[in-house]
Structures are given as structure tokens and as C-alpha cells.
Design a protein around this ligand. Structure first.
Ligand code: DAH
Length: 346
């Protein structure tokens, strides 16, 4: 075997050497640097090397000797830190593992889960639908007249032409899918992303989240709608909040209402958040329009129902008092990590 080959082998053996205690460290020293050790023998061979090559091999062998010494020092230091009498490796296997920083749920996910959880307690299932929706589910079956402004390019992102497919503008489309899918009773909430063609600002985004609610059965009344939403607001914001309903208009509900909640920031006394009215708007709702029931194959003479829809970002803003909607999309860790405790207690 050439000198070069034997030096390379010795380098490999030095680098790979392991020791579990003082005796194996000493065995390494003897095997490498002892009187008949590998490194010592190689150094002896320097005598036979032709004079013009002595310098080159001398340097190479000196490096080898230094490497062996360094490795010996390392092994000695590693085994000396072991408790007396230990025969185990120089690694403390009882040391607690580093678990890394745990991630956390996004605040919008936390709020969505809290909302669906509150409705789950009173028997609501969770249902979902596609984000690319056809005209019938997003508009037609929900009683939007053909000239309704929501069907205009101004508000809706169309995937193909108007009247065909669009990014859904609300999760009310899932109502239609649920009602078409079987027979009443239906009691479900539908969380999901929705899209509107809006300029992005602190107060608006072209993509946001809603939770739609639907309850259809025999004899469902407006009083039950009000009771359900009162239960919801008190569960999420605290027993001291009240709701009120204002008459409104949606094509798919009749009668329709806008739901306000007493301002959680000032307790109803008036502040900038509630614009000094003491009330903040939290959702829209109403009794499912008989025409919508008919469009979905449900007999309005037998069944009635209510529906409601809320914006998740809006609810999150009221819960967390985050003034600028854009923060929810920037994913700045300094913002997100403030919600990590809520992920476990919410
Ligand atoms: N879809 C409405 C929106 O996007 C919200 C809504 C209002 C949903 C009233 C409803 C409802 O189910 O009854 O603004």
C-alpha cells in the first residue's frame, strides 16, 4: 500500500474514532501515537523517503500527528465530563429535548373555530362549498334579480363571463347547496372564504371570510332567530352584551334584518369604535324567502327557516380590537404570535 494511501486511511480512522471512557481514550492514544502506533510508524518511514520528497511528506505527516493529538484531546475532554464510573456515551440522554417554537393558529382560524363551536353546541353541523361557484348557487337560486348590482363586474370576480362562474361573493351559496342536498330539517353553519372586487384598504379587502348560518324545519320562527343570535353574541362576547335588529333588505330573506350588538369597547356609552352610537353591526339575517325554498325544492307551505351571515374579520376586529384589516393578511410573526395563547384556550 502506498504511503499516501496509508496516510489517508489513518486520517479516516482518526476522524471516526470514538471513546466511551478513559480506557478507550488511552487505547486510541496507544494505537495512534504510541511507540508502535500507526502515526509513529508512518513518521519512521520518513527516513526512507528520497531527500527531495522529505519536505513534502514531512509536512503531510506532521499534520497527521497534529490531527491525532487533537482528536485525542477531544475524546479525553468528552469522556472526562461523564460521571465517575460511567460507561455510557458522552451524550446525556436524560437532557430534556429541544422542542422548537410551537406554531399557533391564525386569529381568523381561531375566531372561525369559536363561531362554529358555539353553534355546534346547539346542534349545528359545519358544511362547506366551493369557492369558484356558478351563477345559480351564488345568485340565481338566492333570488338575486338579473339587474342586481352584485352581478356587476364592479363587485364580482368572474371566472368566465357574467352569468357563468365567479369567485363566490358570499357563503350564502352554501345554503343553496345544503338545501338541494336532501330533506329538512337543516341546521348548519358554513364558514369559508369569499371574494369581492374591492380596493384593498384598512377597512376592506378583496378576499375575506364569512360564516353563513341556516336553520330550516317545520314552524321555525323569527323569535327563534332572535334567540339564537342573542345566545351566539353572549357566548362569544360575554353575557352582558345585547343585540338589536334593524329592518333591512336581502334578496334571499324576507323579512330581513341587520343585527347590532351593544358596543363591547365602551359598554354602550359611546366611543369611536361604535361611532358614538353604543351599537356595532355584526351580521345580516332574516327568514329564508319562500322563493329561495322553492328554488331549492323545499315546499314553503310546509317548511320555514332563517338564515344569517357574518364576516369573520369583522368579528375578529371586535374581539381583538385590531383596527387595520390588512394585518390579517401580512402574516407578520410579531402580529401572529400575540394570538398563540388564545389558540389553546379559545
Ligand atoms: N350574504 C350576505 C352578505 O354577504 C350576508 C347575509 C345576510 C347572509 C343575510 C344571510 C342573511 O344568510 O340572511 O352580505
Amino acid at each position: 500500500m502506498s504511503l499516501e494511501q496509508r496516510i489517508t486511511d489513518a486520517e479516516g480512522a482518526i476522524a471516526a474514532a470514538k471513546a466511551t471512557d478513559a480506557a478507550t481514550v488511552e487505547a486510541f492514544r496507544v494505537a495512534m501515537l504510541g511507540r508502535h502506533g500507526v502515526v509513529t510508524n508512518l513518521l519512521d518511514e520518513l527516513k526512507q523517503v528520497p531527500p527531495e520528497q522529505k519536505r513534502q511528506w514531512g509536512q503531510r505527516l506532521n499534520q497527521l500527528k497534529n490531527a491525532a493529538r487533537e482528536r485525542w484531546e477531544e475524546l479525553k475532554a468528552a469522556t472526562e465530563s461523564l460521571p465517575a464510573g460511567s460507561t455510557g456515551p458522552a451524550t446525556d440522554v436524560t437532557r430534556p429535548a429541544f422542542s422548537g417554537a410551537p406554531g399557533s393558529l391564525h386569529p381568523i382560524s381561531i375566531v372561525r373555530q369559536r363561531i362554529t363551536g358555539i353553534f355546534a353546541r346547539i346542534g349545528y353541523t359545519v358544511s362547506e362549498g366551493p369557492e369558484v361557484e356558478d351563477d345559480r348557487h351564488n345568485f340565481g337560486a338566492l333570488n338575486f334579480p338579473p339587474e342586481h348590482p352584485a352581478r356587476d363586474m364592479q363587485d364580482t370576480f368572474f371566472v368566465d363571463g357574467p352569468g357563468e362562474h365567479a369567485l363566490r361573493t358570499h357563503t350564502s351559496s352554501v345554503q343553496v347547496r345544503v338545501m338541494e342536498s336532501g330533506k329538512p330539517p337543516f341546521r348548519t353553519v358554513s364558514p369559508g372564504r369569499v371574494y369581492r372586487n374591492e380596493a384593498i384598504s384598512a377597512r376592506a379587502h378583496c378576499m375575506f371570510h364569512q360564516v353563513e348560518g341556516l336553520y330550516v324545519d317545520k314552524g321555525v320562527s323569527f323569535a327563534e332567530l332572535k334567540g339564537t343570535l342573542d345566545y351566539f353574541a353572549k357566548s362569544l362576547f360575554g353575557p352582558e352584551v345585547n343585540i338589536r335588529m334593524r329592518p333591512s333588505y336581502f334578496p334571499f330573506t324576507e323579512p330581513s334584518a341587520e343585527v347590532d350588538m351593544s358596543c363591547t369597547i365602551c359598554g354602550g356609552k359611546g366611543c369611536t369604535v361604535c361611532k358614538h352610537s353604543g351599537w356595532v353591526e355584526i351580521m345580516g339575517c332574516g327568514m329564508v324567502d319562500p322563493a329561495v325554498l322553492t328554488n331549492c325544492g323545499i315546499d314553503p307551505e310546509v317548511y320555514s327557516g332563517f338564515a344569517f351571515g357574518m364576516g369573520v374579520e369583522r368579528i375578529a376586529q371586535l374581539l381583538y380590537r385590531v383596527p387595520d384589516l390588512r394585518l390579517y393578511w401580512e402574516n407578520d410573526v410579531r402580529f401572529l404570535e400575540q394570538f398563540s395563547a388564545d389558540a389553546f384556550h379559545g
